[in-house]
Write a protein that binds this ligand. Structure first.
Ligand SMILES: [Zn+2]
Length: 437
């Protein structure tokens, strides 16, 4: 087994915790001293009082709203979240802004190198090596993830083919033309490229993609396996965000994700109280502190990502903690007719049991006093008309078993549901007061 950083990747757990506590105290003091946000927020808290990782749990969390609020101050556009002199900033990035005003992220050369190094861990763990020619099928714009992928690929010694400013057909031709052997994309777009290639009479397996790193949306295991089957390749997941950076990735054992330690202190907290660290096997909210970034320090950032904590050890020999599953955003969890519902469960069922479903959409509406939940599904053209009714009935039954909710299933004509270039928006809650981001 080889590691990106053999020392850190196999470090004794106690030693990792010791380093993380020490880094935490350093970044805590730094943030307090150099940013307006933490100067105000951490007033009266003495860094010397943080003696253990348990003490960290008593400190306040940071959420996106506060970042937006402090950003309104000078200097434009970063305001009170900036941790370095504005003249040292070398790159502007931002969040997508789907949940409100975007957060602007200042990167200095130093902080950017820190992010890239964390990303190298993710890519190396997923088996990316200098022999790979990676096709990145997006324009990067002001969004951080693909820039990170691009620079980390370079640092690893891979060859990177940027695939922005092309349509999907153009990208498929570029993959063939360059004989790319790897890809980095959202699961949604991976499926879309495969569908489009098939429509062009090209078997996605013949594209020669050997390895794929996915990000951007929760990927059920069944979707990961579906992508592996379509391309005949290895598919890996990772999780991160614009503010904290990418903080966990999948190794070649493909059982859950490793936290990137000691770059991040990741706490997985009980979602009701946000105080107690959950036990192994339990679901909690990930709270992340990037431990080495000074341009934009974050202390205990509430990612609102729901993850399941896993056992510590892994056959790959890495000693970092693992999460077994990414459940999705806490904002995506909804109460429907009193039942807690996660759209990811529906995707898991469809990708696992219904290969004939090409695309789908979940719609929740309130009719009178009742919540009505619908699945609009599009079947592959190969499904004969006579099989449509049985598929509809099977979908109803599987969804009832999997979610405890009775769905209205509507079969839509081929090609009628929207296709997505980046992230899928397959869940629409039309009830009053619900956000659809
Ligand atoms: Zn592993």
């Amino acid at each position: 087994m080889s590691y990106w950083n053999p020392y850190l990747d196999t470090l004794d757990r106690q030693e990792l915790s010791r380093i993380e506590l020490s880094y935490f105290r350093t970044i805590f003091s730094y943030a307090k001293e150099h940013t307006r946000l933490y100067h105000d927020k951490l007033k009266g808290i003495d860094p010397a009082s943080i003696r253990s990782l348990e003490d960290v749990k008593k400190l306040p969390l940071t959420d996106k709203m506060e970042l937006r609020e402090y950003q309104e101050m000078a200097p434009h556009p970063y305001g009170g979240i900036l941790g370095r002199d504005i003249e040292e900033v070398t790159a502007f990035r931002q969040t997508s802004g789907t949940t409100g005003k975007p957060v602007y992220v200042p990167e200095t050369y130093e902080s950017w190198q820190w992010r890239i190094e964390a990303w190298c861990h993710i890519m190396y763990m997923a088996g990316f090596r200098p022999r790979h020619r990676i096709f990145l099928p997006f324009g990067y714009n002001v969004y951080v993830a693909f820039w990170e992928g691009h620079y980390a690929a370079e640092k690893l010694g891979c060859e990177l083919v940027p695939g922005g400013a092309l349509d999907t057909k153009g990208r498929i031709h570029k993959i063939i033309e360059t004989r790319a052997t790897a890809m980095m994309n959202t699961p949604t777009y991976g499926l879309h490229i495969a569908e489009e290639a098939t429509n062009m009479g090209i078997d996605p397996k013949s594209l020669g993609i050997e390895r794929m790193l996915c990000a951007g949306e929760p990927m059920p295991e069944a979707t990961r396996k579906k992508l592996e089957g379509l391309y005949g390749c290895h598919v890996f997941d990772h999780i991160g965000g614009t503010e904290p950076c990418a903080w966990a990735g999948m190794c070649e054992v493909k059982e859950g994700l490793h936290l990137i330690e000691p770059f991040f202190l990741v706490e997985i907290l009980d979602r009701e109280t946000l105080q107690r660290e959950v036990e192994e096997g339990e679901i909690g909210v990930a709270v992340v502190t990037p431990l080495g970034r000074r341009s934009f320090p974050l202390i205990r950032f509430n990612t609102k990502d729901l993850v399941r904590k896993s056992k510590g050890s892994c056959a790959c020999g890495r000693t970092s903690q693992k999460i077994s599953e990414v459940m999705g955003r806490i904002d995506d969890l909804r109460k429907i007719r009193g039942v807690l519902f996660s759209p990811k469960t529906v995707e898991e069922i469809i990708r696992k049991e219904f290969p004939q479903v090409e695309e789908f959409e979940i719609v929740v509406e309130r009719r009178g006093l009742m919540d009505v939940v619908m699945l609009r599904a599009e079947l592959t053209p190969a499904v004969p008309v006579g099989s449509i009714d049985p598929v509809r009935e099977q979908l109803k039954e599987s969804l009832k078993i999997g979610t405890n909710l009775s769905f209205h299933v509507i079969i839509e004509p081929p090609g009628s549901l929207p296709r997505y270039q980046l992230k899928g928006k397959r869940f629409k809650d039309m009830r009053e007061g619900q956000r659809n981001d």
